[in-house]
Design a protein around this ligand. Structure first.
Ligand code: ATP
Length: 326
């Protein structure tokens, strides 16, 4: 493979707090090591439609504290086609981009794997998603911030739930992975978490909920991972209202609130370390790997493994929610 001189950077899929910190780290580390950097707008869309411009150190000034992504992000159908990826490759050649750093989730890194294999390109990925649903890393960029946003919201909902003696279903993101719901429940002292990894029957739910009303608290909060098939929190609340009319069940859907906001210190540090490591990886000759963190150490995981991850939640965490909500 030819020597790398120019590195392109893009953010793709759902935005996540800390993406800007990652863009800054990749750009600065690349320039520090003598590379030219090209910023690609709107994820793969900008690569296909040539929305590409040079970045210098000032392009990423004053962004570490900002949520969202200054490069914008998008979902790009064209890139899933052979013709779309050919156009993307031609634009890379036009700008003499020899390597890419892709910041995104499962889909973005799957696209990166296919593109890298098709055109023999050096690509390094960073896990940028609030869902924490990638293999090869204990945490993804944005997860910690989203978790803190959820906890802050649930603390507020708890005040009104207690005052009115109500049962609240709080819907959070993560329909394929229950990390946000489960750890959000632990951190906010919720009575239960309904997660995609575990089937919860209605009678089980009633039992969990009744705990909240039995103990000194006269309310209950259940965190529910979004689920288009069951209707998520809304679907559950309807069932509870039908089958257990004694509960005054209410629903709050946190929605896109969870994606926004200034990244936590933990996410800024993670994004900065991973971003700098992406450049080290390219210098070391690593190709088609995602940078992850395992027990505090930065590690490389091939895209295929990072995206094949089937979520395996810690069983003790599930037990903790149950045990601590008696
Ligand atoms: P999030 O986890 O936040 O949803 P994501 O990266 O998983 O982020 P996706 O919408 O799944 O988001 O993927 C982002 C983009 O990656 C897609 O719009 C598409 O351009 C590209 N992509 C996804 N899967 C493929 C694939 N199999 N082949 C080529 N490109 C793909």
């Amino acid at each position: 493979m030819a020597t790398i001189k120019t590195i392109g950077i893009l953010t793709s899929g759902g935005d996540a707090p800390g993406m800007n910190a990652a863009i800054r780290a990749v750009t600065r580390a690349a320039i520090y090591n003598g590379f030219r950097v090209m910023g690609i707008k709107r994820g793969y869309y900008g690569l296909v439609y040539n929305e590409i411009g040079e970045f210098d150190t000032k392009s990423v000034s004053n962004i570490i504290q900002q949520g969202g992504t200054i490069l914008k992000t998008a979902r790009c159908k064209e890139f899933t086609t052979v013709e779309g990826r050919r156009a993307a490759y031609e634009n890379m050649c036009r700008h003499q981009i020899d390597a890419l750093v892709v910041i995104g989730g499962d889909g973005s890194l799957s696209g990166a794997r296919i593109f890298a294999e098709e055109y023999n390109i050096a690509i390094v990925g960073l896990p940028g998603t609030i869902d924490n649903d990638l293999g090869g890393t204990d945490s993804t960029i944005g997860y910690d911030t989203a978790l803190n946003t959820i906890v802050e919201a649930v603390d507020k909902i708890r005040d009104t739930a207690t005052s009115h003696e109500r049962l609240f279903f709080v819907e959070v993101m993560g329909h394929m992975a229950g990390y946000l719901a489960l750890n959000g429940a632990i951190a906010s002292g919720a009575e239960a978490a309904i997660i995609p990894e575990m089937e919860t029957e209605i009678d089980q739910l009633a039992d969990l909920v009744s705990r909240g009303f039995r103990k000194s608290k006269n309310s209950a909060i259940v965190l529910v991972a979004e689920n288009p098939e069951t209707g998520g929190a809304m679907g559950l609340a309807e069932r509870v209202r039908r089958e257990f009319p004694e509960y005054d069940a209410r629903v709050t859907i946190l929605g896109h609130l969870q994606r926004g906001g200034s990244p936590t210190a933990a996410d800024r540090i993670l994004a900065s370390r991973m971003g700098a490591q992406a450049i080290t990886a390219l210098i070391e000759g690593q190709r088609n790997v995602m940078i992850g963190i395992r027990n505090g150490e930065l590690v490389y995981t091939p895209f295929a493994q990072a995206t094949k991850h089937k979520c395996k939640l810690d069983a003790t965490a599930i037990e903790i929610v149950k045990m601590l909500s008696i």
